[in-house]
Design a protein around this ligand. Structure first.
Ligand code: S3P
Length: 176
């Protein structure tokens, strides 16, 4: 496998686990949302506000295509990335796609206070928004190569499970 890609719903710990995993494996950490923000010079909520979600998705697709060309990275995507089939294909072709999951309760308690940073959840009834979006996206996340439940787990435990999964699949190799 060339890259390890972490995806899954908002608040599943993709970026935190990705950063720690990259440090432990001595690989580069690439965060798709960070690259989008850097390219536009605005944070995600402002990109949504000024240009709308379709424009954000276009940027996301382009950044994913770009990043997927490189190797030896731990990549964290935004929570909506693999809802797009082309993104999923691009990412699967560039490595193993690992989906982090969590219960709606865990998600809600992790991101409840920081919903403003997540335009799709910045709604009067956030709990309802989390459940609705999670329900809709479930079949898309199931298309990942493997899913790891992060509910009630520390980041270190999640990273350990990811490493076990990688090992089970023959380890990390830069030759694919
Ligand atoms: C989104 C998740 C966000 C960010 C954007 C859209 C989504 O990333 O890409 O707000 O559609 O689920 P995180 O999953 O890192 O919060």
């Amino acid at each position: 496998m060339k890259n390890i890609i972490l995806t899954g719903f908002m608040g599943t710990g993709k970026s935190s686990a990705g950063r720690l995993l990259a440090r432990e494996l001595n690989l580069k950490f690439t965060d798709i949302d960070d690259l989008i923000e850097r390219e536009v010079g605005l944070n995600i909520p402002l990109i949504f506000e000024k240009f709308g979600e379709p424009y954000f998705r276009l940027l996301e697709k382009n950044v994913i295509k770009d990043v997927a060309l490189k190797e030896s990275q731990i990549i964290a995507t935004g929570g909506g990335a693999i809802i797009d089939d082309e993104n999923l294909k691009t990412l699967k072709a560039s490595g193993i796609v690992i989906c982090l999951t969590a219960s709606a309760d865990a998600i809600f308690s992790r991101i409840g206070g920081a919903a403003r940073e997540r335009p799709l959840l910045n709604l009067p009834d956030r709990r309802e928004a989390v459940e609705r979006l999670m329900g809709y996206r479930k079949p898309f996340y199931a298309k990942a190569d493997v899913c790891i439940d992060t509910t009630d787990k520390k980041i270190e435990e999640v990273v350990l499970e990811i490493k076990k999964e990688i090992k089970r699949r023959g380890g990390f190799s830069q030759r694919g």
